[in-house]
Design a protein around this ligand. Sequence first.
Ligand code: TUI
Length: 310
Amino acid sequence: MFNSIFFKDLGVKYPIIQGGMAWVADSSLASAVSNAGGLGIIAAANAPVDYIRDEIRKAKKLTDKPFGVNIMLLSENAEGIAHLVCEEGIKVVTTGAGNPGKYMDLWKSHGIKVIPVVASVALAKRMERAGADAVIAEGCESGGHIGELTTMALVPQVVDGVNIPVIAAGGIGDGRGVAAVFMLGVHGVQVGTRFLVANECTIHENYKNKILTAKDIDSVVTARSTGHPIRVLKNRLSRQFQKLEKENASLAALEELGRGCLPKAVKEGDIEMGSIMAGQIAGLVKKEQSCKEIIEEMFNEAKETINKFI
Ligand code: TUI
């Protein structure tokens, strides 16, 4: 039922990409997703080039399946990572938080499939013209840095706006979500939040527990005033951030409060003063499973959901 030529050509069994979650998506998670038949992604985020080279080499030892690298374009190391993926023979690059246009020719000349994350039809069209192989249309239900539109509104408009495959992201946490976005015309899904609690995800158990106990209304968007809105689970940090924003605090003060907060949550398990990036679908995520169980359960459930109507 979910046979996408795009994913088949990549050598990927299930049309699912694991989100390039900053500080989370390491060689352990990426290789587990790829071994389970999805497309695992190592997130470069703000990490140094040497660190990501090591992660890529670790992943190559852990899987013989294809995996990709996500390049966060706001990072000062983005340029270095853009060249690293060419040197390491990476087959797929996803990008986030910006326009990767200036790297497109470089990546294409190395045979890399480029899948930018977009939050608008305009950027999707620009990416298609620049040679992107597909786009990930990411709605604001997602965790982390987000755009303005919801998945339900963004995805069909991007599908209508481009002639390359579209992959949906944002708010997809189970097979019903997968089935729903296939009805909107996509070739695949990108999933982040559900993989946060995968057995192979190496984040601190306090972070996992925060996801497992989250309710539907537990996320909030902070940092809108900085131009880079971020969806996180509510905690003392998010409340302090909102208070500063209400008081029209300076960008410097907001950056100071936010500095180092993601590793504080991911690595140290500080769930009060750490940044717990997660999507609105966290309330649906109730159990820890292996990546294989997550992927197989999602696609079996998606098939059953669709079969109910035909
Ligand atoms: O990139 C993400 N999610 C992220 S990145 C991240 S790390 C970070 N840290 C501090 C500040 C900002 C990020 C945490 N989560 N998702 C992909 C995504 N890209 N969502 C939205 C966009 C996006 C938004 C605007 C892409 C392009 C864009 O405009 C580019 C342009 O030039 O029009």
